[in-house]
Write a protein that binds this ligand. Structure first.
Ligand code: ACM
Length: 646
């Protein structure tokens, strides 16, 4: 039993003693100072020597709870801190204190890097809000907070040498990203009455970094280069290839001033952030302007670079030298592999796992954050029940089941996977409570992926704990997704369907698109229907003007009563429900008669929805032709998963 009479002894001096005492006292209550030899009603935090031969993780701890004492041992303050988090998680509140069941725990993390990324560019979030999330991250033993500080949508950190970054590039014409992105995409001076945005002052950053350190969290800043930099190039257009604002998204790599700028920014960033890693972005460069730019072409000639991938790689190498010279390491999205990876760089693998695999195969370190498992901007439940998200479907269980070490890696390569990270991009997330809704409880699943060995994981056990954690988070003022109301997978996707056209040959009069083949020619008659996302390998995609136009060969003439197909609309991805459907039948494959011809009103206000289109009647046929078109104005995609004949 912990009560106000419980004493606390900490075997550390100075700041760490304060940090650990505060941490316990904030969760429980004030405690008197105890002594090392106290044996009754005492919590003892004890630092043990590290083994010189078999170095153990500084984050490892043991926790022993008996009726008389709580003893936490570790080789560092971090280990003691994680022992405290476990103690807090085990404590059951009572009227006059807390009870903790007797236990003996030995625990250590699977990965040294356990990360979460927050995009504060698309929408800006206050330092108080960031600190509130740090409390929760630490409670679940996440130890890296990656801040996506710069992007087209706004620059979010004060840089004394370049004041326009925060006087201008941090402010835009619309508060909501979607309205701004679909509108003029312009920036405003901070003192314009219409200016929407914000940034962290250098004092704010120091406050966040200090607060994180007191929670054993390292804050990693991301400064985007060479792309995602429209806001910088609007403020300092001389750094772009064209030299005018609102023309380019990529820095001009031929211009020495670009390097002066980037190094000037990074110098102040390194003063503010003591992290080992500095994240330099590196993703999604368009590269087109470089091909036409005399300065970039001259650079390529002088440096004997044969293509624009190598030009990008030139920039990354140079920035890496600069960071390394200041004792820091370069971290970047997996596109930094293009044109040759810089010698000491660490790769953050987001477009799947291949970037991470390639990196460790060449002896580099990698952090896994593949979109399919780690992008928390996807829907966490049936999309029609959720606030608009960017698309996709990433329920809690899918996060939980992720294993950041691909099977194909050797033990040595696996050791180069430093860890795993979840990312929240905020294009569709403007409110602080919505951020929390998107990250909790999925971040708890990621935290367990990052901390626990796979053989110690159990979905059923985790799920029960997650239900409780949601209540616990709510009682502490967070706004998690209400897990107990989860609808889960699309019911049709959970079991195969048998029907008359099952496994029958499909003739494509117009091809499916090679980016969305699903399972190829068998997809529409394989009995497998898709889940809430069109990228799950069960939905097949067709792009206008080619549209969906297929014939199913039933092999023999048969009686048919229904023909049913489901279509998906995701307006953000330009996928629309059909505006017209024609179904025809034939006995010989030559002469077809129409069973149905129908036009539909397509409601473009619905960002995501599914629709079943069904013909019902009585007919006899061997061949069934199915045609579906998008609207004339909105050409876009058509997606379906199965043509069901009964
Ligand atoms: C990214 O999602 N562009 C890293």
């Amino acid at each position: 039993m912990l009560s106000e009479k419980t004493k606390l002894y900490i075997d550390l001096k100075g700041e760490e003693e304060c940090i650990l005492r505060n941490c316990l006292e904030q969760y429980f209550f004030r405690m008197q100072k105890g002594k090392k030899r106290d044996t009754k009603n005492t919590i003892i935090l004890s630092v043990t020597k590290n083994n010189k031969k078999h170095k153990i993780s500084p984050e490892r701890y043991t926790l022993s709870v008996t009726p008389q004492t709580v003893l936490i041992q570790a080789t560092s303050g971090a280990g003691l801190f994680y022992g405290i988090q476990t103690l807090c998680q085990l404590a059951q509140p009572l009227a006059n204190g807390f009870s903790i069941a007797s236990t003996e725990i030995e625990d250590e993390p699977r990965f040294a890097y356990r990360g979460f990324m927050l995009d504060v560019s698309r929408h800006f979030f206050s330092k108080e809000f960031v600190k509130k999330q740090i409390d929760a991250l630490a409670f679940y033993k996440i130890n890296r907070l990656h801040l996506h500080l710069t992007d087209a949508a706004g620059w979010r950190v004060e840089i004394k040498k370049y004041p326009l970054l925060t006087d201008f590039a941090a402010w835009r014409t619309e508060g909501k990203w979607k309205k701004w992105w679909n509108g003029d995409r312009k920036y405003l001076y901070f003192n314009d009455p219409k200016a929407a945005g914000g940034y962290y002052t250098q004092d704010d950053i120091r406050e966040i970094v200090d607060y994180a350190r007191e929670h054993y969290i390292t804050v990693i800043p991301e400064i985007e280069m060479p792309a995602h930099s429209e806001e910088v190039l609007a403020a300092y257009p001389q750094l772009s290839c064209v030299g005018e604002p609102y023309k380019n998204a990529d820095f001009c790599i031929g211009n020495e001033e670009t390097f002066e700028f980037l190094e000037g920014v990074l110098t102040e960033i390194m003063e503010l952030f003591p992290s080992e890693y500095i994240h330099i972005g590196g993703d999604e460069a368009g590269k087109a302007a470089w091909k036409e730019c005399p300065k970039c072409l001259r650079r390529m000639k002088e440096e004997q670079l044969t293509n624009v991938d190598e030009l990008q790689s030139y920039l990354i190498h140079r920035i890496e030298l600069f960071l390394n010279a200041h004792g820091r390491k370069l971290l970047g999205w997996d596109e930094i592999l293009q044109g040759g990876l810089a010698p000491n760089a660490t790769v953050m693998s987001w477009r799947g796992e291949q970037g991470g695999i390639s990196a460790v195969q060449s002896g580099h370190q990698a952090i896994m954050t593949p979109g399919k498992y780690c992008y928390f901007d996807a829907y966490q439940d049936a999309p029609h029940t959720q606030p608009e998200a960017i698309g996709g479907y990433l329920p809690l269980k899918k996060v939980y089941d992720y294993n950041p070490i691909p099977d194909s890696l050797s033990a040595k390569q696996a050791n180069l996977i430093r860890g795993v990270q979840a990312n929240l991009w905020t294009e569709y997330v403007s409110e602080p409570s919505h951020v929390e809704y998107m990250i909790y409880p999925r971040l708890l699943a990621l935290a367990e992926v990052a901390w626990s060995q796979p053989e110690r994981k159990s979905w059923n056990d985790f799920y029960q704990r997650a239900l409780q954690a949601v209540d616990n988070l709510k009682s502490r003022g967070y706004h998690p997704f209400d897990l107990k109301k989860e609808i889960g997978s699309r019911p049709e996707a959970t079991h195969p369907i048998s029907h008359l056209a099952l496994d029958k040959k499909v003739i494509y009069h117009a091809p499916y698109h090679n980016a969305y083949p699903a399972k190829g020619d068998i997809t529409l008659t394989d009995g497998i229907r898709g889940d809430w996302t069109y990228t799950d390998g069960a939905w097949q995609g067709f792009i206008s003007p080619k549209r969906l136009d297929i014939t199913i060969d039933m092999e023999t003439e048969m009686n048919i009563q229904t023909i049913t197909a489901d279509f998906m609309q995701v307006t953000g991805a330009e996928i629309y429900l059909p505006a017209s459907v024609v179904i025809s039948i034939s006995s010989d494959g030559n002469i077809f008669t129409e069973l149905m011809r129908k036009d539909y009103e397509v409601d473009l206000q619905q960002p995501i929805r599914l629709k079943t289109i069904k013909w019902k009647g009585s007919a006899s046929a061997r061949y069934i032709r199915y045609q579906a078109c998008a609207t004339k104005q909105h050409r876009g995609w058509i997606f379906t998963d199965e043509i069901i004949v009964q």
